[in-house]
Design a protein around this ligand. Structure first.
Ligand code: DGL
Length: 273
């Protein structure tokens, strides 16, 4: 009963997902790891994202987290499947790694009336085509248009996203996405950083378009998963709480994390390398 749920992101974005985990499942204990030293992952190759993510998963398993959620679309798109298929069994029984793409794909079709869905994500997530493949399994009639927004994560990480200068890059990608399909009535934020742009997106998007962040979706899915996998019930701590770890500078992490998490955090530095 002393084990934690591991929550991983390349940097700060996964904190928007962790926040929803704590809302929906406050009884569990969480360890969050941001690989800030090596973020962003969005423009890195498959091999690099896979290698970095695997190192961080090993860190979680060594640090009493038998269940790890990749709260990062880029890592989910580029590393999750390989890790599940090639590496997981070597870590022993009862070790699980879950991502954010499948749970989001399972429900996104329920948000659209027109059947036309748009998606904003990193280059890596768009190039992987993971969302198109997953959504087609659950909603074969949904038409998905994808738009990579390589500037959005750096703008958010540097807390420049609410400045006027950011508007150019936000509007540019909105326009490019809507040019791909004018019937879009639902836009998925398929990057855990993007909920911080919600106000700006609503300001620049036509009012009939519903913008869907994925934190609550992934949290509801985790709740369902834990109800179906009672093997975790006996080993996961039920005393609540969160610990925060970063591969980067703790002072930097603590300053920026509150933007994503909504409250102050005190992190510790680790090196899973
Ligand atoms: N938070 C990551 C995601 O959801 C993107 C950040 C990065 O590029 O490292 O894709």
């Amino acid at each position: 009963m002393n084990q934690s749920i591991g929550v991983f992101d390349s940097g700060y974005g996964g904190l928007t997902v962790l926040k929803e985990f704590v809302n929906v499942l406050p009884q569990y204990h969480y360890k969050y790891l941001g690989d800030n030293m090596r973020a962003p992952y969005g423009t890195r190759s498959f091999e690099t994202v896979y290698a970095y993510t695997l190192q961080c998963i090993e860190w979680f398993f060594k640090n009493d987290c038998p269940l790890v959620i990749l709260a990062c679309n880029t890592a989910s798109a580029k590393a999750l499947r390989s890790i599940q298929q090639q590496n997981l069994s070597a870590f022993g029984e009862n070790k699980r790694v879950l991502g954010v793409i499948r749970p989001t794909s399972e429900v996104i079709g329920n948000f659209t009336k027109s059947g036309h869905v748009g998606l904003f994500a990193t280059n890596g997530t768009v190039q992987s085509n993971s969302y198109a493949l997953e959504i087609a399994k659950f909603f074969p009639d949904v038409q998905l248009s994808q738009e990579a927004c390589p500037m959005w994560v750096p703008l958010i990480e540097n807390n420049e996203h609410l400045e006027q200068g950011a508007d150019y890059f936000i509007q540019k990608h909105i326009n490019q996405l809507l040019q791909k399909d004018q019937s879009i009535d639902t836009i998925l934020l398929a990057c855990t950083h993007y909920p911080l742009l919600m106000d700006k997106l609503k300001q620049f998007l036509p009012g009939n378009i519903c913008v869907v962040p994925q934190g609550k979706i992934v949290a509801d899915s985790l709740k369902d998963y834990l109800e179906r996998h009672s093997n975790f019930f006996g080993i996961l701590s039920q005393n609540g709480g969160c610990e925060f770890y970063t591969t980067g500078e703790t002072q930097d992490f603590n300053e920026k994390a509150s933007l994503f998490y909504g409250q102050q955090v005190a992190s510790r530095q680790v090196s899973p390398l």
